[in-house]
Design a protein around this ligand. Sequence first.
Ligand SMILES: Cc1cc2nc3c(=O)[nH]c(=O)nc-3n(C[C@H](O)[C@H](O)[C@H](O)COP(=O)(O)OP(=O)(O)OC[C@H]3O[C@@H](n4cnc5c(N)ncnc54)[C@H](O)[C@@H]3O)c2cc1C
Ligand code: FES
Length: 362
Amino acid sequence: MSIYVEAVLVLGILGGVLSALLALAGRRLANYGPCAVTINDRKPVVVEGGGKLLETLYDQRIFIPSACGGQGTCGYCKVEVVSGGRTVLPTEIPFLNENEIQRGIRLACQVKIKQDIQIKVEESLLSIKEFRAHVSRTRQLTHDTRELEIKLVEPATMQFTPGQYVQVLVPGKGERIFRAYSISSPPAIDSTIELVVRLIPGGVGSTYLHRVEVGDEITLTGPYGDFELDEDKKTELICVGGGCGIAPMHSIIRHLEKTQSRKPCTLFLGAATAKDIMYQEEFEALKKRMPHFDVHYALSDLDASPEWQGDRGHIHELVQKLVQDKPGRQAFLCGPPVMIEAVSRVLHAKGFTKDRIFYDEF
Ligand SMILES: Cc1cc2nc3c(=O)[nH]c(=O)nc-3n(C[C@H](O)[C@H](O)[C@H](O)COP(=O)(O)OP(=O)(O)OC[C@H]3O[C@@H](n4cnc5c(N)ncnc54)[C@H](O)[C@@H]3O)c2cc1C
Ligand code: FES
């Protein structure tokens, strides 16, 4: 054996030993041992250290909002860490203001349990449940969007308000993956819920929900969200949906129909092309049955759908043109962040205060 080959062999063995030692050290260092987790004024639970707070809460049947599935990109999973949370991580900073940092607010998906920890979770979140369910019906709404009807099994019913959403568990190994989907059916139907899911190429959650078939089991948690419909019949509603943002608007409008509400409601729907518009026939039929309801569409792709006779442009331009400046109204917006930003700007200029605008962006 040449001296060169020997040197390569020795270096290879040394490299192997070193990486084994590093892996062992990593495992030992990451071994935080048993840690006591105290949630509100409950009895502490002891868990093996090293896990994420979000996962630990789930194991304790506490289903806090986590719309991005723990990726640290939605900022929904806020809890108050009273002690034991260590320092705020750079990944949390974009979602926390100075006041929240002072109060110990943290993103549960970013906090690792490394010592005894005491946290406070809002009482309202403790009523969120996990549901076993199965797919009871599917329907293709457009070329890339599917409607799913989901039959709740255990618990068998869900109480929600129009505009709220659920989080669907995407089956798989490793960390639990959840994705948020707005409920598109009205609360009067409480034993099934409907979802409208647009397929994102390569997307984990949307691909799963485009593949499930009737009879397949689904696990979800909910309901989440702070859409709060003012039931006063004089309060006029402005609903604006872009793309799949139609889902919560569909729930609100079907709720108005079911409750025979006389509330004035105007729906603005933005879509890229005519073939992306959802529920058009249904809304046109509702318009005839509900004298206080009106709907307007705008296509953002100016060159597509040459047969289209209606408005073109961005939906906020139509809102700007048609919404009158008068008090006592509520607005519900759902769609991509740029749409929410543009429509909110228009509505603020028309006298809507922040507390009268509810939105979910995705
Ligand atoms: C409150 C709330 C309600 C929601 N309601 C609905 C709903 O009713 N219907 C619905 O279809 N979705 C809804 N969403 C979005 C949904 O939760 C998922 O984010 C979406 O389905 C994509 O998830 P995925 O797992 O398929 O893609 P991921 O695996 O998360 O992403 C795959 C890739 O696609 C990119 N990507 C993710 N989203 C988009 C997008 N919208 N456009 C282009 N690229 C994207 C990602 O950056 C990534 O590169 C809602 C989100 C929130 C926060
Ligand atoms: S930031 Fe989305 S779950 Fe934590």
